[in-house]
Design a protein around this ligand. Structure first.
Ligand code: CMX
Length: 434
């Protein structure tokens, strides 16, 4: 059958026509008012961006092209019947809007394999960075080091017409997605394994190969990695990593430059770095209260964290108002594969006590856990114990979503982003005497 790029190319004209129709018929309609609170409050809730690959509902959580996580788990092809979805299948879905067949997913695995070789200058850049450099800084550096290879940057300079932008953006995005596991594994082995490396296994899929190159070959670990890379891929457009990628891409900076901005945003403790912070916080709990603390002691520990002025990592969300379904599917995975693992038990017990404490503060809008409250437990179980690496895995996954949207943004001809900013003086003046 036709390959991913052909199916994508075939889908583009209808979507271009659809956007044109929306602009013509609905362009002048209002999506609502913007309050002063929203302008100073991080633009929370202002609908102000097009993002086709996923949509977040505050109560229900994320849907990827209309499919929620349990639906992805039952509809997307797996490595083995009944197993976790292959992230390559999600990539197909994000790009084309269609659930792929197993043969189509295999063709993506093959395409990524073909594009996966890392140029020597990229590994040399990584080798030169001091070993203590945070893995997220290394990831950003590795992505930027690939940029000289940008097909889009070269084509733009040569005068490529706007209607064809999406094509080299697709080429760059696929090259980048293909090389990210090798970059991530290189960072892991360099930082924690004394610079000894493991070659890719051409028989493995994209996610299993990442685990393999890091040095982990257990079947459970491969399945965990496939699930991890699927569920972290996309969370609509307004979160920091997605919006940063989208914003920088809107200046027609190529996918390497755009994703670099996205992963730099993901490296913040209020966003992707929270998965690292969760583990450190759980280790603190264990160190202070022992391996299996009572719920009373846990409750007190949560209050102590809040009183010291820190956030409880892994809990709360800017948009969600319920337990994150990305948390729930990881919990289900743990219940199946590691029900008696002490760290999972601690994670479960925290789920029983943290929301009540956060609710009692009266200010936290969402007391429920987000994706980051659980992922570290699964990684620890399979021996990936270095928590400062965790956000790199988040970044590898996030690339699938933000780069897919990046291709569509160029296919739809979306313009450079330029929202209006205000000064305090202008706000005061506007409402003086009101
Ligand atoms: N622990 C302590 N306080 C929290 C909190 C938490 N988990 N979540 C929110 N709050 C506080 C906020 O800091 C804020 O306090 P101030 O008014 O004193 O500044 C108040 O509650 C209101 O915040 P909010 O409207 O509920 O939440 P925001 O939209 O401002 O922030 C988020 C959302 C995720 C940054 C916040 O919940 C948080 O800091 N959580 C912990 C870090 C975390 O897990 N981040 C990962 C999110 C998922 C991801 O992006 O990967």
């Amino acid at each position: 059958g036709p390959d991913l790029k052909s199916v994508l190319a075939a889908a583009i004209p209808a979507e271009q026509a659809r956007l044109k129709k929306i602009k013509t018929e609905l362009g002048a309609k209002s999506l609502g008012e913007v309050t002063v609170d929203q302008a100073i409050g991080g633009m929370r809730g202002i609908p102000s961006m097009l993002w086709e690959t996923s949509l977040l509902d505050a109560e229900e959580g994320i849907r990827f092209r209309g499919h929620n996580i349990p639906e992805l788990q039952s509809k997307l092809p797996a490595a083995k019947p009944g197993g976790q979805p292959l992230p390559e299948g999600l990539l197909w879905l994000l790009l084309t809007g269609q659930i792929p067949t197993k043969a189509q997913v295999d063709s993506v695995s093959e395409e990524l394999r073909r594009r996966s070789a890392l140029p020597k200058y990229v590994t040399r850049v990584l080798e030169e960075l001091p070993r203590e450099t945070h893995p997220m800084t290394q990831l950003a550096a590795g992505i930027l080091a690939l940029q000289p290879d940008s097909k889009f940057a070269a084509a733009y300079e040569a005068g490529l017409p706007k209607a064809k932008y999406w094509d080299p953006v697709y080429e760059d995005s696929m090259n980048l997605i293909a090389k990210l596991p090798a970059i991530a594994a290189f960072i892991y082995r360099k930082t924690y394994c004394g610079g000894t490396y493991v070659d890719a296994d051409p028989k493995l899929d994209w996610g299993a190969n990442l685990a393999h190159m890091m040095g982990f070959d257990a079947e459970g670990c491969q399945e965990m990695m496939r699930l991890y890379l699927t569920i972290h891929a996309d969370h609509e457009g307004g979160n920091v990593s997605a919006h940063a990628t989208h914003l920088v891409g809107s200046a027609l900076s190529d996918p390497y430059l755009s994703l670099n901005a996205g992963v730099s945003g993901l490296a913040g403790p209020l966003h992707g770095l929270a998965n690292q912070e969760v583990l450190r916080w759980m280790f603190e709990v264990q160190k202070k209260l022992g391996p299996d603390p009572s719920k009373e002691l846990l409750t007190q520990f949560v209050w102590d964290t809040l009183k010291s002025g820190k956030v409880v990592p892994g809990y709360g969300h800017a948009v969600l108002r319920q337990t994150d379904p990305r948390y729930t599917c990881q919990r289900d995975f743990a219940l199946k594969h590691m029900p008696d693992y002490p760290l999972f038990k601690l994670c479960s017990n925290l789920y029983d006590v943290v929301p009540a404490v956060l609710a009692k503060t009266g200010k936290v809008k969402n007391p429920w856990p987000n994706v980051d409250a659980h992922s570290g437990v699964l990684l620890q179980y399979y021996g990936i114990t270095e928590e400062s690496f965790y956000t790199v895995l988040f970044g590898v996954s996030r690339a699938l979503g933000v780069l897919s949207q990046g291709i569509w943004s160029r296919a739809l001809g979306l313009p450079i982003e330029r929202p209006k900013s205000l000064t305090m003086g202008i706000i005061e003046q506007k409402f003086a005497g009101v």
